[in-house]
Design a protein. Structure first.
Length: 308
C-alpha cells in the first residue's frame, strides 16, 4: 500500500515523502540557517539595494533628460514645419505622431536601463498591440481616415463645413478625430473614419458664395417696383458682386403671396453679414415703396338662406 503512495524511480521524487525524510530535511534547513553568515548576507543585501537605487536614479535622470530633449525636438520640428509653410492642418498631426513615437522610444530606453529585457518586452508589446488592434479596429480606421483627410484635403483648419449633421469651423485635425466649433461655441469631435467616408459640405473652399433671400409680396403689388428697389440697394453696396449680376425673379404664386427669389453673389467672408443685413433692409425699404408683406389669412363668406 505504501508503495502505491510513493513509487520512486531513478529520475523522479516520490509524490508523498515519509515523515522521517521530511524531519531530516527540516533539520538540514535549520542547520543551514543557523550556520548562515549574517554579515555577508547583510552586505550582499545592502550592495544589491544600493545598486537598485542607483539604477532607479539613472533611469529617472534618463527620463527627465529624455523628456527635455523630446520637447526641444518637437519645438524644432514645429519651427521647421512652419518655416516650410506646411499646411496648418497637417502640422498638429505630424507633431502628435512624432510625440507618441519619441515617448515610446524613451520609455523603452528607460526600461532597458532598469535591467528589463527589452527584446522580450517588445515581443510582448507586439502581441499586445496585435490583440488591442483587433479589439480597437475602429480606432485604427479613424487613424487611417485622418491620414486620408490630410492627403486628399477635403477641408483644412479654419474651414466652415457641414459633416455628419454638424456644422461649424474646423479647429483641429487630430490623430483619430476632427474638432469643429459651432457658432454657439460648442466643440464637436467627429471620428475621422466616418467623416472621411461621408458627405462633407465645405463652405470656405470657394472664394465667392451666393446669398439668397425669399420675399413674399401681397397680390396686387407691383413686382417691377420691388425689383427696382432691391437692385438699387445692391448697386450701392460694394460687397455685392456685379458679375454674376444680382437677380430678382418670381419664384411662385402661393396661397397668400407672390414669392420672390432674390440672389446676389458676394465674397465668402461677407456671406453672413450681407445675408442678415439685407433681411433688415428689405423689411425697412420695401414698405417705403408701397409694397406690403402679406400674412396667412382666410376670407369667410356667410350666406343667409331666408328659405330655411
Amino acid at each position: 500500500m505504501l508503495n502505491l503512495l510513493y513509487t520512486q524511480t531513478e529520475t523522479t521524487e516520490p509524490l508523498l515523502l515519509p515523515d522521517s525524510v521530511q524531519r531530516q530535511r527540516f533539520a538540514e534547513s535549520i542547520e543551514k540557517l543557523m550556520n548562515l553568515d549574517t554579515q555577508q548576507l547583510v552586505s550582499t543585501l545592502v550592495e544589491q539595494a544600493v545598486w537598485i537605487c542607483v539604477k532607479i536614479f539613472i533611469a529617472m535622470l534618463f527620463y527627465v533628460v529624455g523628456r527635455w530633449v523630446i520637447r526641444r525636438v518637437l519645438r524644432l520640428l514645429d519651427h521647421l514645419l512652419e518655416k516650410k509653410e506646411l499646411d496648418s492642418s497637417i502640422r498638429p498631426f505630424i507633431h502628435n505622431t512624432a510625440s507618441v513615437v519619441l515617448i515610446l522610444v524613451l520609455l523603452l530606453l528607460v526600461v532597458q536601463t532598469l535591467g528589463v529585457n527589452v527584446t522580450s518586452l517588445i515581443a510582448i508589446f507586439s502581441a499586445a498591440t496585435l490583440a488591442i488592434g483587433m479589439a480597437l479596429s475602429g480606432t485604427a480606421q479613424n487613424f487611417a481616415g485622418g491620414v486620408m483627410i490630410l492627403i486628399v484635403k477635403p477641408y483644412r483648419v479654419g474651414d466652415y463645413i457641414t459633416a455628419q449633421g454638424q456644422t461649424g469651423t474646423v479647429q483641429e485635425i487630430k490623430l483619430f478625430s476632427t474638432v469643429i466649433a459651432t457658432t454657439d461655441n460648442r466643440r464637436i469631435y467627429i471620428p475621422n473614419n466616418v467623416i472621411a467616408t461621408g458627405i462633407i459640405d465645405n463652405f470656405t473652399t470657394a472664394t465667392t458664395r451666393r446669398d439668397e433671400w425669399s420675399i413674399g409680396l401681397s397680390y396686387g403689388d407691383d413686382v417691377e417696383v420691388a425689383r427696382r428697389v432691391i437692385l438699387e440697394l445692391f448697386s450701392k453696396d460694394a460687397r455685392i458682386l456685379k458679375d454674376p449680376a444680382p437677380a430678382v425673379r418670381v419664384n411662385g404664386l402661393e396661397d397668400s403671396c407672390v414669392r420672390l427669389s432674390v440672389r446676389a453673389w458676394v465674397a465668402t467672408e461677407d456671406y453672413w453679414d450681407v445675408l442678415y443685413e439685407y433681411y433688415e433692409l428689405f423689411y425697412e425699404e420695401l414698405p417705403k415703396a408701397g409694397l406690403r408683406f402679406p400674412f396667412p389669412q382666410m376670407d369667410i363668406h356667410i350666406k343667409n338662406d331666408k328659405t330655411a
